[in-house]
Design a protein around this ligand. Structure first.
Ligand code: FMN
Length: 378
């Protein structure tokens, strides 16, 4: 893994090792992918300010996220079917995060279930919730997360309806899934991937087991899920979840100042400024372009996390400078997972740690708390 010097190296390795359909799933944005591209393009436009002749011999990348110590201002974002990038992927990513001293978020739509992960790791992790039409199911997920001692609930609110990702349709991953001969040929070129996935704990949605009869198979399950995303979801549901989840609650998918103000009045501990990595509303703004306004409006009332387009420690620095207290990374670690399982995720985190450390030194900053807009040009 040492030869992997940047996230792009991990991306290329994952491209070789993960079958096309599943690598394409991780890469894709919705529709024309304008917002996906804007996340990166706008990130790169934020210019860091070079400072010199400041004693930066003692530097510290550690911080607190929601009042818990973290060795870096990042958490691993929830990634649906992450376990199909590498067998048992969620367990491996969670272990890498915990060894590195940062939070890991397990997705509702994970392959390994809440209980699979809880039974395989040492410390509590975060759980991401999609509130489905079947509120009894949502409640049962919350109860399972509490029983597994999850330390935060991340409520994703930007998927009341699924944004179309063309790549998934072309690759046979839409609903109903229709894997074609081409998928099988692709898989034949990645035998190590096939072996790991087939010998892993599971290869379908672990948290949803039992929701359709086993004999009805993956197609029925995928259809059940697609009909369960709930367009009626509203602020009353947030109140309801707040009333039944006693732990830390984070709303993920806020991209508007008005929504951020409403969120700050609900009693949640944090929000994630996010456009779901460009996978939902296409044609919308990049998350980095909206971060400063949201941070100015509610940053003193509620903890602000950020995601979208972070591929380096420099990007992390940009987001912190624009008002995020910490960030989530999605594809940056998923590439690592596809490239090398736990070691690949660990490598992704280490790459970002090193880059942040060097960037702090070259911008004259010694601690994460010191990072603010003075670290930027203009
Ligand atoms: N966000 C969720 O809240 N729940 C999910 O199940 C989920 N699945 C995702 C699957 C993939 C392959 C990707 C790339 C993102 C997914 N997201 C999901 C969004 C991420 O949590 C995060 O917001 C996004 O990846 C951040 O952008 P980045 O990939 O540029 O870092």
């Amino acid at each position: 893994m040492k030869k992997m010097t940047c996230i792009e190296d991990l991306r290329r390795a994952a491209h070789r090792k993960v079958p096309r359909a599943f690598f394409g799933y991780a890469e894709a944005g919705s529709y024309s992918e304008e917002t996906l591209r804007a996340n990166r393009a706008d990130m790169e436009r934020v210019r860091l300010r070079q400072r010199v002749l400041i004693d930066v011999s003692e530097r510290d990348t550690s911080t607190k996220i929601l009042n818990e110590k973290a060795s870096l201002p990042i958490a691993l974002a929830p990634i649906g079917i992450g376990g199909l990038q590498y067998g048992n992927g969620e367990i491996l990513a969670c272990r890498a995060a915990q060894l590195a001293g940062i939070p890991y978020t397990l997705a509702t739509m994970s392959i390994c279930s809440i209980e699979d992960v809880a039974g395989a790791v040492e410390k509590p992790f975060w759980f991401q919730l999609y509130v489905m039409k079947d509120r009894g199911f949502a409640r049962s997920l919350i109860e399972r997360a509490a029983a597994a001692k999850c330390s935060a609930l991340v409520l994703t609110v930007d998927l009341q309806i699924l944004g179309q990702r063309h790549a998934d349709i072309k690759n046979g991953l839409s609903v109903p899934p229709s894997l074609k001969i081409r998928n099988l040929i692709d898989m034949a070129t990645t035998p190590a991937w096939v072996y790991r996935v087939l010998t892993g704990k599971r290869w379908t949605f672990g948290n949803l087991a039992g929701h359709v009869k086993d004999e009805e198979g993956v197609t029925a399950l995928a259809e059940w899920i697609a009909h369960q995303f709930d367009p009626t979801l509203n602020w009353k549901d947030v109140e309801w979840i707040r009333s039944i989840w006693p732990g830390k609650l984070i709303i993920k998918g806020i991209l508007d100042v008005e929504d951020a103000k409403l969120a700050s009045k609900t009693g949640v501990e944090g929000i994630v400024v996010s456009n779901h990595g460009g996978r939902q509303l296409d044609g919308g703004a990049s998350s980095i372009s909206l971060l400063p306004k949201i941070a100015d409006a509610v940053g003193s009332e509620i903890e602000i996390l950020f995601d979208g387009g972070i591929r380096s420690g420099q990007d992390l620095m940009r987001a912190l400078a624009l008002g995020a207290k910490s960030c989530m990374i999605g594809r940056a670690y998923i590439y690592g997972l596809g490239a090398g399982g736990q070691a690949g995720v660990a490598r992704a985190i280490e790459i970002i740690r090193k880059e942040l450390d060097v960037t702090m030194a070259l911008t004259g900053v010694r601690t994460v708390d010191e990072i603010d807009r003075r670290a930027l040009v203009g």
